[in-house]
Design a binder for this molecule. Structure first.
Ligand code: HEM
Length: 492
């Protein structure tokens, strides 16, 4: 009897302590609007809402609760915002440089440690180390790869002419994967069987899929549960295929001297990593996982950007014709032609179309930060350590307060200099902003534009899919619920 009473008293004290430790959280719950205060109910409602991932459902939610609201992911409170002022404060703060621990750990399980998964001081150090690998002269040296792979893609699209509506996304993903692999580790990867027969691409896709599941359902990260559902085996198989291929490539690279390297004119990202490894600043395992990390960050994002641009131009033929005329002025002849960096500076309308595509369908739909200490917003709300902040890029880009009542419509003129010049600088953030922005944003833009120039000069693209029927699914990389198929007709 006595023991029972002591037990109840201890439980009560622990419960009060738990509540006391979370007092800042409860204070915060009273400030931003949202479905505050009822985590369990919130979990159910929100998860049904978000796990289905239909992004458009967030809009009425934000219209009701305001541009910044509180929600729950599992038992973790989340401040979600589409307000550019809040986005600016978060993305520029030195307190908000970390991705959320849970996603970083889930990614690290499959991809190891790299820019995507490192946190705190080690991330800062790595970012400094890797920034030189994305300088202008390095990007310029990638043009032969961009041109070669885009030529191969155009040749393949030629075989689709007269075949009706085609699901072209898998081929664009292959194009993007081949580019990101070669610019990361060198063109000699083409000698690897795993690369040429797409085994390694499938391994990466499998890892990305498993990582998304690990993020959505943390229970799967438990080895026993993961084994039970067969994910552990798939993960191990994929990691082993990637690791063996990387070992082969790195082994050859380490043994060759840079001067005797036939690619010495071309800088590749791994060279920076090898340099750091040789001076003892990057362990071998991290060199491998950094390459993997960069490939993962690059290929799906870029592929979806190109694909979404083609889809929107297929839906808006009058815009496609303007792009076509602009490209034809520079490249009067159809077929194959070499595209230079200078050529890509002469297509301002294509720039607008690409920006408008990334506004309406940003390949990375959210940016998540976990403050390393309590974080005070300028409106006085303190976001306690442990609460996640989600910058909802998708909704920010469609925020009617900043993009007007036509925010959901496709209109490349949003990016005419005088129009975009008036906008809040954080109303358009497809590559995020601040110190932890996308390291590959210029690379992604250049390779996408180059492929689009080649494709749109050679083909007229159309689709029977309607713009109004597009539905967007939240994921590591944003997907379309139904993938529009495209028709390719030859241009003259
Ligand atoms: C059009 C294509 C791309 C888009 C839309 C895009 C978008 C983004 C966004 C929004 C982030 C920030 C995510 C966050 O805040 O958590 C990010 C991070 C990152 N991106 Fe990209 N990206 C693209 C292409 C690329 C390419 C081509 C590369 C590499 C070659 C790359 C490498 C990375 C890396 C390494 C990070 C993490 C940076 C860090 O944490 O320091 N991305 N990207």
């Amino acid at each position: 009897m006595m023991f029972g009473k002591i037990l109840i008293a201890v439980c009560l004290i622990l419960w009060i302590r738990f509540l006391w430790n979370r007092r800042k959280l409860y204070t915060m719950l009273l400030k931003p609007s949202g479905t505050m205060g009822l985590p369990i109910i919130g979990v159910v409602i929100q998860n049904i809402l978000f796990l289905r991932g239909k992004m458009k459902k967030r809009t009425p939610f934000m219209n009701k609760y305001g541009s910044t609201f509180l929600t729950w992911m599992g038992f973790t409170p989340v401040v979600m915002t589409r307000d550019p002022n809040v986005a600016r404060e978060v993305l520029l703060s030195s307190v908000c440089l970390n991705r959320n621990e849970h996603s970083a750990n889930a990614m690290a399980l499959s991809m190891g440690l790299g820019l995507l998964t490192l946190q705190g001081a080690p991330w800062m150090e790595r970012r400094k180390q890797m920034n030189p690998a994305f300088k202008q002269n390095v990007l310029l040296s990638f043009f032969p790869i961009f041109n070669d792979e885009s030529r191969a893609l155009v040749n393949l699209l030629n075989s689709y002419v007269g075949k009706g509506e085609i699901d072209v996304l898998p081929e664009i993903i292959k194009w993007s994967f081949r580019i990101s692999f070669q610019t990361t580790v060198g063109t000699d990867v083409k000698e690897e069987e795993n690369f040429e027969n797409d085994t390694i691409l499938k391994s990466y896709q499998s890892l990305v899929h498993i990582t998304s599941l690990y993020i959505l359902l943390p229970i799967l990260r438990n080895k026993i549960v993961s084994k039970l559902f067969g994910f552990e085996k798939r993960r191990e198989r994929a990691v082993s295929t990637i690791s063996k291929t990387m070992d082969n490539i790195l082994d050859k690279k380490m043994r060759s001297h840079p001067e005797s390297n036939p690619e010495s004119e071309m800088k590749i990202i791994i060279e920076r990593g090898i340099e750091l490894f040789r001076i003892g600043e990057m362990p071998f395992e991290e060199l491998k996982s950094e390459c993997g990390s960069l490939i993962v960050a690059a290929f799906e994002t870029t592929a979806h950007t190109v694909y979404h641009t083609l889809v929107l131009l297929a839906m808006f033929p009058e815009c496609q014709n303007i792009v076509f005329k602009e490209i034809k002025d520079i490249f009067p002849m159809v077929g194959d032609f070499e595209v230079t960096y200078e050529d890509l500076q002469k297509v301002p309308y294509l720039d607008r179309v690409l920006n408008e595509t990334l506004r309406l369908i940003p390949s990375v739909p959210i940016s998540v930060r976990e403050p390393s200490e309590d974080f005070r917003l300028s409106n006085g709300v303190v976001i306690p350590k442990g609460v996640l902040i989600v910058i909802d890029i998708f909704s920010a880009h469609r925020n009617p307060d900043h993009w007007g009542p036509e925010a959901d419509n496709f209109n490349p003129d949003n990016f005419i200099p005088e129009n975009i010049g008036e906008k809040h600088p954080f109303a358009y953030i497809p590559f995020s902003r601040g110190k932890r922005n996308c390291i590959g944003w210029r690379y992604g833009t250049l390779s996408s534009k180059l492929a689009l120039v080649k494709i749109l000069r050679n083909f007229e693209v159309s689709t029977s899919f309607r713009y109004e029927d597009l539905d967007f699914v939240d994921n590591l990389v944003m997907k379309l619920a139904q993938v529009p198929r495209l028709v390719f007709q030859r241009r003259t």
